[in-house]
Design a protein around this ligand. Sequence first.
Ligand code: HEM
Length: 286
Amino acid sequence: MATPASISDAATTTATARWYRRFALPERVLHALLMVTFIGCALTGLPLIFAAKPWAEALAHLLGGFESAGIIHRVCASIMIAVFVTHIALVIRRAIVGKDLLGILWGPDSMVPQWRDAIDMYRHVRWFFGLGPRPQFDRWTYWEKFDYWAVFWGMAIIGGSGLLLWFPFFFGNFLPGWAFNIASLVHGEEALLAVGFIFTIHFFNGHLRPEKFPMDTVVFTGRISEHELRGERAVEYARLQATGALAQKEAAPPSFSARAFGWIVGGTALALGVVVILLILYSVVF
Ligand code: HEM
């Protein structure tokens, strides 16, 4: 079965395929909020770094001026911090209420890098060069774990330095003046790194890999087709089948409107990301 190339193709495919739950509602909502606020912070922060470039002034003007861009930046930053805190709270709840501390730290549902990830990466690189068969993955691939931890530590660094810049009088009570210079440097550099990573590597993984192109809507609909689950995550599929958990994960096909929503939101994010990367490249080169 070929990967659907459009929403209408997908609608035809959904009628015949089985679908499974991959992301629960809270995970989808948190991802959507993170996505929107990250793009908001990038669009309102980058004009400060490239303030001398005509596009930066035009973009700030479009957002209501530099002052209003600063307000939007802080609103997006506050929501982003709330998303981070909520995520940590959900992990703690899973450990205590769900009694699943072990599952968080180890095993197929854990985001903690494991020996198997190193082997998967080695096999994947071999496959890239045609030196071996394509590896089969479990619930989380090694690059998904990399993305997760990059965002996790990036949030701590970018959020921590951003709060210092936001509340200098408060933090000035405990910190020396040079800490604010460092915070300003770290915030800007980490922002560039994060924007560069998310808008190229992360977007490539979600949209531009041949088997995903032009759009993977799983993070919006929360559902993955049997075709994709078996093809991409054969280890997870076999494990769920062996334990009898597969049937419990079966879900109704994603509705047309859910997929259309994914295409519109994902497509808009992709377009904005490409524009931002081009603007950064242009500013660095010229
Ligand atoms: C998560 C919490 C964050 C907080 C609390 C925060 C806070 C701030 C503050 C207070 C400033 C100074 C702005 C001004 O003076 O108007 C700033 C600048 C900036 N922010 Fe953020 N921000 C956060 C996240 C982000 C993210 C995620 C990005 C990028 C995707 C970003 C990119 C930038 C950039 C590029 C600047 C300009 C830095 C410079 O002038 O060198 N920020 N941020």
